[in-house]
Design a protein around this ligand. Structure first.
Ligand code: OGA
Ligand code: MN
Length: 220
């Protein structure tokens, strides 16, 4: 006799095999409805707690860093694994980091992420997350936290991909609760179309360690 039992949730809720293969062949993967319920709850609790600390997002780093409301209008808060209550979230991403390194030899060293809030009218124009040779970001991910999104509310993520068999070079992602998208930070330009309602997401980056004698790995 077989018993259908719901397995208790481990940290391997992200399919490392599928993700590795997609990143290696197409450079991106969209995973609708992948975030387990307990982790959705963690993330939504974080949205509530973090709201008062959101600040206008900047572009560039160090001396290049400045706020540019023509490029992006989201407000963000960096999430710290040590102080946030996002245990399942960070444990799952650590598990995936190890899984990607095993399969793709990427040498991913750590993971950083921020919560982002796009208010009505906000957008993020076409950009890449990492310029080759100038950034330690290798794999980008975005998790969406919005219930009941409809097309006329805008706010889709547009990925500019290499035209493939199943797409013409642009792929649109609806920012619907539970969806997660991953892509190569240096290879895939993307943008967030203007929104007409509140839109919450967590954007994150797996990074390599580029510490050299003179230059310390930037903390943010
Ligand atoms: C970013 C980004 C996309 C999104 O923060 O760099 O591209 O869909 N976010 O929120
Ligand atoms: Mn981006």
């Amino acid at each position: 006799m077989t018993h259908l039992q719901k397995p208790s949730m481990g940290n391997d809720w992200l399919p490392a095999d599928d993700i590795s293969e997609a990143l290696a062949t197409r450079g991106f993967i969209i995973l609708p409805d992948i975030i387990p319920e307990p982790i959705r709850e963690e993330l939504l609790a974080t949205v509530k707690i973090t709201q008062p600390t959101l600040r206008p997002a900047a572009i560039g780093r160090g001396e290049d860093e400045h706020q540019n409301q023509f490029v992006r209008r989201d407000r963000i808060a960096w999430l710290d694994p040590a102080t946030s209550a996002l245990n399942g979230w960070f444990a799952g991403l650590e598990c995936l980091r190890e899984g990607l390194n095993k399969r793709l030899f990427l040498g991913l060293w750590d993971f950083e992420c921020h919560l982002a809030h796009y208010k009505a009218g906000a957008f993020y124009k076409r950009h890449v997350d990492a310029f080759r040779g100038r950034s330690n970001r290798r794999v980008s991910l975005v998790a969406y936290l919005n219930s009941g999104w409809s097309p006329e509310q805008g706010g889709e993520l547009v990925l500019y991909t290499q035209p493939g068999l199943d797409d013409q070079g642009t792929v649109r992602v609806t920012p619907l609760m539970g969806t997660l998208v991953l892509f190569l930070s240096e290879d895939i330009p993307h943008e967030v179309l203007p929104v007409t309602r509140d839109r919450f997401s967590v954007a994150g980056w797996f990074r390599v360690n580029d510490t050299t004698g003179q230059r310390l790995n930037p903390a943010t």
